[in-house]
Design a protein around this ligand. Sequence first.
Ligand SMILES: NC(=O)c1ccc[n+]([C@@H]2O[C@H](COP(=O)([O-])OP(=O)(O)OC[C@H]3O[C@@H](n4cnc5c(N)ncnc54)[C@H](OP(=O)(O)O)[C@@H]3O)[C@@H](O)[C@H]2O)c1
Length: 338
Amino acid sequence: MIQVAVNGYGTIGKRVADAVAAQPDMEVLGVAKTRPNYEARGAVDRGYDLYAAIEDRADRFAEEGIEIAGLVDELVAGADVVVDACPSGVGEANLELYAEHGVPALLQGGEDADAVDVSFNARANYEAAEGADAVRVVSCNTTGLARLVAPLEEAYGIEKVRATLVRRGGDPAQSGRGPINDILPNPVELPSHHGPDVNTIFPDLAIDTLGLKVPATLMHMHSVNVTLEAEPAADEVRELLAGEDRLFLIDGSYDIDGSGALKEFALDAGRPRGDLWENGIWADSVSMEGHDLYLFQAIHQESDVVPENVDAIRAVLGAAGREESMRTTDEALGVGAL
Ligand SMILES: NC(=O)c1ccc[n+]([C@@H]2O[C@H](COP(=O)([O-])OP(=O)(O)OC[C@H]3O[C@@H](n4cnc5c(N)ncnc54)[C@H](OP(=O)(O)O)[C@@H]3O)[C@@H](O)[C@H]2O)c1
């Protein structure tokens, strides 16, 4: 069994830990946090060994009656791989610790692409991560775009991608973020950083992205236009996208009119935390005008990178090929089973 350490047990870290625990070939060796808050209690309740991420603050866990298994250094020393899901910037600072122990590390999308050997999306460039010391699982938005681009590029060739990303202001628990009552062009300058980030996966892709931020917490929404080299019918494109497990085509008959209903649908489907690991593509929005494909897709920012992290673990360790890894991950979690 692959022994996985999760350093940083917040929005992404706790989901990755649960996804790892569900896999037939890996185990959660432990998780690390700096503070004894409700998430620390949740980790212990789930049976994960909890480690203190900052030595000077380790006593605080005992003061709150939370048992720890040791310090993060010990956790890393025993691991085959570390998933670092610390706040942006902390992951890069942690690379020294991982290198000291010779343990490969997966960072998240908030880190700089230059900090790692390779940026990763399972569908698009799985093989590039094999044997790397540091891999960055790209952000939620970049993951959503990469999953869409990969099959379109293979099937039809792509001349140009233009995507407008309507981004949630913060995650549901981030009470300090906004806007509360505004619509922000963000960033104002074009292109937004998302296009160049997609280029860390597809270096030759012509892509322009625009970003906005809105008072929403549930999901991001992408309005996408892809100029294809071929001119397929919309039905053919729909069929192609429906064949991808990590793309969920929302049938019109479901009457899902937005991210609120989509989140409710995921909760009703019994998804943990109401997570939608797949891109949610409105099937009726998939339209062709000449060479131009148009569609809307919802991206659940808290969870779409989770299966990608699981695949990145197998990829860096050379534990399985792309198709086998993605199939194993998806079957263990129920991705593509909506
Ligand atoms: N949320 C999203 O929408 C999203 C989507 C895709 C990618 N990402 C990326 O994923 C990364 C993590 O984001 P997140 O949203 O999961 O953040 P988060 O919810 O704030 O979780 C980060 C966790 O790390 C812990 N932490 C802080 N300093 C630490 C340290 N030095 N060592 C160990 N743990 C530490 C924090 O808790 P304590 O201080 O209590 O320990 C916190 O719970 C970022 O790079 C982000 O850009 C986020």
